[in-house]
Ligand binder design. Structure first.
Ligand code: HEC
Ligand code: HEC
Length: 146
């Protein structure tokens, strides 16, 4: 009798273990499913609202560029984007459109500079956001008088 009880306890523990393992497996299965409109198979979703940058830009290049903007202006992503990290495509922050005009202006400046220097060479003149902003939202327009 005692032996039988011990056996049924062991069986119960084993069954519980299987149920827990089964629940874990199905939880993992759910985690692997891509969330709607989000990442698929670990790869970030392609950008959907590019108006001035090349639409086929690779995601790592886009991310590097965005990080460049934050350091060039000394701001966080949400200076130009809305707070919600998942809504980077939204245009509700007016700074984003200012930034688009800045990107276009910078591209135009570089086109004009191509006519002055030798495009593609290391010493070719090049303008970036940092050229003017130098880590500040408002670029300095005059030298500090010492
Ligand atoms: C100075 C403003 C500015 C900052 C700071 C900035 N972004 Fe952007 N971001 C833009 C602009 C402008 C666009 C749209 C470019 C276009 O229209 O071609 C954009 C587009 C994007 C997109 C593509 C969205 C889509 O689906 O179309 C992603 C993703 C993104 N930014 C992420 C980031 C992240 C992450 C950071 C912080 C590391 C960041 N951005 C910082 C201005 C900014
Ligand atoms: C030729 C100089 C120059 C370059 C290059 C430049 N900017 Fe600007 N930017 C300015 C000036 C000047 C202002 C206006 C600052 C002010 O007085 O409010 C400004 C303002 C801005 C603002 C609005 C800031 C705020 O919150 O009021 C954003 C955003 C911006 N620039 C993004 C960029 C980005 C992104 C780049 C690179 C793609 C860039 N800028 C390149 C000169 C420049």
């Amino acid at each position: 009798m005692r032996l039988f009880r011990a056996f049924s306890v062991i069986t119960a523990v084993l069954v519980c273990g299987l149920v827990v393992a089964g629940a874990r497996a199905s939880a993992q299965g759910q985690a692997q499913q891509p969330p709607p409109g989000g990442r698929q198979g670990g790869a970030p979703a392609a950008p959907t609202n590019l108006k001035v940058l090349p639409k086929d830009i690779a995601r790592p290049a886009l991310t590097t560029m965005m990080r460049g903007y934050t350091s060039a202006l000394g701001v966080m992503c949400n200076h130009c984007h809305v707070e919600d990290m998942a809504q980077r495509a939204a245009d509700d922050n007016p700074k984003k459109d200012i930034a688009r005009k800045m990107i276009t202006m910078t591209m135009e400046l570089n086109k004009q500079l191509d006519a002055i220097g030798t495009p593609g060479t290391a010493d070719a003149p090049k303008v970036t956001c940092f050229t003017c902003h130098r880590g500040a939202i408002k670029p300095a327009t005059a030298a500090e008088i010492k």
